[in-house]
Design a protein around this ligand. Structure first.
Ligand code: 4NP
Length: 165
């Protein structure tokens, strides 16, 4: 990637922005930092509902993430249509999130920025990152397994894209 060009901005989106997308943000930041690309890839997250705006990530998600070495520092915010302009890639956790985001996209160029997270997974067959909110601790571990797979896949995809430019 060219350090002189402006950073690629990636926004992860789930429903509440307190479980899956803040964890995706932390896992991706870790992957990007380890690759030495922190100045070239900016990562953040948002939710399609505003119910938890301003809240820290869910304590159960933080605990599971911390035990794998990820710090979840974000505060919940709601996805806004302006994100279509400010972000380069908008990556949704499940079909409901994807439909909620696409429902706010009016330009083809905006729709083209929206991708399902699981498209980037290479070792898991799931098509969605399941919502862990109403389940047990194993659901949070499952989320992290998928996120670690897909974030590495996403980084490789971005590096390949840049190499082909
Ligand atoms: P997230 O999980 O979308 O991964 O942040 C949820 C958080 C909150 C709720 C549902 C899912 N909720 O119903 O409040």
């Amino acid at each position: 990637m060219d350090p002189a060009s402006s950073p690629t901005r990636i926004l992860f989106v789930c429903l509440g922005n307190i479980c899956r997308s803040p964890a995706a943000e932390a896992v991706m930041r870790s992957v990007v930092t380890k690759a030495g690309l922190a100045s070239q890839i900016e990562v953040s997250s948002a939710g399609t509902i505003g119910y938890h705006v301003g809240a820290r990530p869910d304590q159960r998600m933080r605990a599971a993430a911390t035990s794998r070495g990820y710090q979840l520092e974000s505060r919940a915010r709601k996805f806004v249509p302006e994100d279509f302009e400010s972000q380069d890639l908008i990556i949704t956790m499940d079909e409901e999130n994807r439909n909620a985001v696409l429902g706010q996209a009016h330009a083809a160029s905006h729709k083209a920025k929206v991708w399902p997270f699981c498209k980037f997974c290479r070792h898991h067959q799931e098509t969605e990152v399941p919502d862990p909110y109403y389940g047990g601790p194993e659901g949070f571990e499952r989320v992290l397994d998928l996120l670690e797979d897909g974030c590495q896949g996403l980084l490789d995809h971005l590096e390949l894209e840049k190499a082909e430019e």
